[in-house]
Design a protein around this ligand. Structure first.
Ligand code: 5GP
Length: 197
């Protein structure tokens, strides 16, 4: 039987560059990136079904009622959630599935799926984080300040994750995550010794 894939949670403050890192990881053959649902409005040239499934609050709440999310959370006044069905299918097919989610969602996943692999992507500093958020230039000043405040709370939870990786450069950060996934596959508990006999 084919081995199941990993459920990989990646978090980090908005503006850390985790989206770009995740895009880099998505180029790997055995990696799939979950597309979340959200009630926030599309930013810049984001498209429905590409960056997110953009839903109304009513649509989102009906998925909650039908137990259709692995996890969901409210972040800066909007709902965000990871659709359950697609992720479970990929994992059964042996794919590693990345959930790029904020910290409350991670706490929920960790309770329900303690075997998940969790990675916190840390900005090099808050100064650099602010610079990256401003450079993005698609958020209002109010939203930037909200996200910076939120970032200060989020980094306090970073030590609950299995790994903390600083995003100094996208290539190095993505390479570090690939190394983590590679090493996880070699863990002794994943080796079926009985299959040797
Ligand atoms: P943004 O609005 O900047 O795209 O995302 C805001 C935050 O929501 C980011 O930290 C992002 O990782 C997180 N997020 C995106 N999708 C999900 C999700 O499905 N669940 C949770 N809990 N957080 C999400």
């Amino acid at each position: 039987m084919k081995d199941k894939g990993f459920l990989v949670v990646i978090s980090g403050p908005a503006g850390t560059g985790k989206g770009t890192v995740v895009k880099e990881l998505a180029k790997e053959n055995n990696v799939e990136v979950s597309i979340s649902a959200t009630t926030r409005a599309p930013r810049g040239n984001e498209k429905d079904g590409v960056e997110y499934h953009f839903l109304s609050r009513g649509q989102f709440e009906s998925i909650i009622e039908n137990d259709g999310f692995l996890e969901y959370a409210e972040y800066c006044g909007n709902y965000y959630g990871s659709p359950k069905k697609q992720a479970e299918e990929w994992i059964s097919a042996g794919k590693d599935v990345i959930l790029e989610i904020e910290v409350q969602g991670f706490e929920k996943i960790k309770k329900k799926n303690p075997e998940c692999i969790s990675i916190f992507i840390m900005p090099p500093s808050f100064k650099e984080l602010e610079r990256r958020l401003r450079k993005r230039a698609t958020d209002s000043e109010e939203s930037i300040l909200k996200r910076l405040e939120r970032a200060k709370e989020e980094v306090k939870i970073a030590s609950d994750y299995d790994y903390i990786i600083v995003n100094g450069s996208v290539e190095k950060c993505a390479a570090d995550i690939k190394s983590v996934l590679y090493a996880e596959k070699l863990k002794s508990k994943r080796f079926d010794v009985d299959s040797m006999f």
